[in-house]
Design a protein around this ligand. Structure first.
Ligand SMILES: [Zn+2]
Length: 410
C-alpha cells in the first residue's frame, strides 16, 4: 500500500520514500514505494512523469491501494529496500493541473449557464476536450461559459479538497453524484464548483490563467467542446496574434477587416481564373487558325491531304492539347505539334475525321526519333521525348508519313 502524498499536498514535487518492491513487466519495471507524490493516470488526467533516484519514470498507475511507477529496462538492483528520492516533472504537473482545474471550472460553468452535464473529459497533449450531454449548445451559452470561467479565474478563488462520508456527502452541493462509495474526496472551487474527484488540482483559480474555446463538434448525439487552458491558452494567444499581425501586413488590413479582405481576394482569384481560362481558349483558337491557314496554303499546291504542324517553346503544359483539340475538328487534317520545355520535347499528334493518320502504324518509326514515350486514343495522342534537337526531323517525317507535302516554317 502506498500513501498518496499528492492528495494532501498538490504542490509537493520532491519526496523521500522507501522501495517496497520492484516487478518486471512487459513494458519495463514497476517500482512500488511506501509513499509517493506521483499522480497516477486517472479521471481523464494523465500520469505524472519525473524520476526516482535519477531513473526516469515514464508512467504511473494505481490499483486504488498501491501506486506503481514504471521505469524502462530491468529492475535497478541498487533500489531494493533502499531509501530513495522521487522528483515529479514540475512543468508537466503544472500543465495538467491547469487542464484539470480549468476543466472543473468549465464543467461547473456549463451547469450554471444551461444545466449542461459533462459526460466525459479528455486531457490531450495539445488541448482538453469536454463532452457535454446536449445535441447542440447555442453560441451565446458557449460565450457565457467561457466568460464566467475567466471571471472566476480572475477572482482567484481557493481550490480546497475535503473528505466526506456517505452520511456527510449530502451537505456538499455536488455538480453530479459521486462514482465511489465510502470515503469520498470533494474538491470545492470557492462557491463556483463542487465535485467528487481524486485528481491533483491547483490551489487557486488565478493559476489557471485563462480558458479559450477552440472548437465545437457533434459526437454521438452529444457536443464535444475543445479548449485551450492555462499556459497553453496564453501560448495559443501569442501564436494567433502573431499570425493575425503577419496577415494584416500582407493584406494591408486591420485585424477586423481580415476575413472580409480574404473573402474579396478569393473572389478576385476565382474571377481571374475564369478569365485566364477564357483567354487561353481564345489563344488556342487563334493558334489553331494560324496553323490551319498555313496547312491550307501548302495543300493548295499539292493534291495530298492537309497536314498541320507547329513547333513551340516554353508554352504551358496544356497548350498543345488545347490547340490539337481544335485542329482535329477539321475533316481530313493530320496534326503534329511539339513544344520544347525544360530540356524535354512534348509532342501531340491528332487525326481529324477521315484523315490518313494511323498512329499505330507510324509510332514505331516516329517515336524513337526523339526517344519518346506516350500514347492516347483517337483522335489525340501525346507524350514526351528527350531528343529535343530532333524536333525539325520529327515534324518533317510526320508530314511525309501523314501524306502531306513538305513545307517550311512552323
Ligand atoms: Zn479533479
Amino acid at each position: 500500500m502506498t500513501t498518496a502524498l499528492y492528495l494532501e499536498d498538490p504542490r509537493l514535487l520532491e519526496f523521500d520514500a522507501t522501495v517496497l518492491a520492484t516487478e518486471s513487466t512487459e513494458r519495463g519495471t514497476e517500482i512500488v514505494l511506501d509513499r509517493s507524490a506521483f499522480y497516477p493516470e486517472g479521471g481523464g488526467q494523465p500520469a505524472d512523469h519525473g524520476d526516482i533516484n535519477g531513473i526516469p519514470v515514464v508512467h504511473v498507475r494505481s490499483d486504488g491501494r498501491t501506486i506503481y511507477h514504471l521505469v524502462e529496462g530491468e529492475p535497478p538492483e541498487r533500489l531494493s529496500n533502499e531509501p530513495v528520492r522521487g522528483r515529479v516533472d514540475a512543468a508537466r504537473r503544472r500543465d495538467y493541473q491547469q487542464q484539470h482545474t480549468g476543466q472543473h471550472m468549465l464543467s461547473g460553468a456549463f451547469m450554471q449557464v444551461g444545466r449542461y452535464p459533462t459526460v466525459s473529459v479528455h486531457q490531450g497533449t495539445d488541448y482538453t476536450t469536454i463532452e457535454i450531454e446536449s445535441t447542440t449548445i447555442p453560441e451565446a451559452d458557449l460565450d457565457r461559459v467561457e466568460r464566467l470561467t475567466n471571471e472566476a479565474i480572475e477572482a482567484d478563488l481557493p481550490v480546497v479538497a475535503e473528505w466526506a462520508t456517505e452520511e456527510t456527502i449530502s451537505r456538499f452541493p455536488l455538480r453530479r453524484p459521486p462514482k465511489v462509495a465510502g470515503s469520498i474526496r470533494v474538491v470545492r472551487i470557492g462557491d463556483f464548483d463542487c465535485a467528487a474527484c481524486g485528481g491533483v488540482h491547483l490551489s487557486r483559480t488565478a493559476e489557471v490563467r485563462m480558458v479559450r474555446l477552440l472548437d465545437v463538434e457533434s459526437i454521438r448525439g452529444n457536443t464535444r467542446t475543445v479548449w485551450k487552458i492555462g499556459d497553453r491558452a496564453c501560448a495559443h494567444y501569442r501564436e494567433a496574434s502573431t499570425v493575425v499581425k503577419q496577415l494584416g501586413n500582407v493584406l494591408s488590413a486591420q485585424p477586423h477587416q481580415l476575413v472580409e479582405r480574404v473573402g474579396m481576394q478569393e473572389q478576385r482569384v476565382r474571377t481571374a481564373e475564369l478569365e485566364i481560362r477564357r483567354l487561353n481558349e481564345r489563344l488556342h483558337e487563334l493558334i489553331a487558325e494560324r496553323l490551319l491557314d498555313e496547312a491550307r496554303r501548302v495543300s493548295s499546291t499539292d493534291t495530298g491531304p492537309a497536314v498541320a504542324t507547329g513547333s513551340f517553346a516554353d508554352e504551358p503544359k496544356d497548350m498543345l492539347r488545347g490547340v490539337t483539340e481544335r485542329l482535329v475538328e477539321v475533316p481530313g487534317l493530320a496534326v503534329c505539334l511539339v513544344n520544347r520545355s525544360g530540356g524535354l520535347l512534348q509532342w501531340s499528334i491528332g487525326a481529324g475525321p477521315g484523315s490518313a493518320v494511323d498512329f499505330d502504324s507510324i509510332r514505331g518509326e516516329l517515336l524513337p526519333m526523339i526517344d519518346a514515350k506516350g500514347g492516347g486514343r483517337p483522335p489525340i495522342w501525346q507524350g514526351v521525348g528527350t531528343r529535343v534537337e530532333q524536333a525539325p526531323d520529327f515534324l518533317r517525317r510526320f508530314r511525309e508519313l501523314a501524306g502531306g507535302a513538305p513545307r517550311t516554317g512552323g
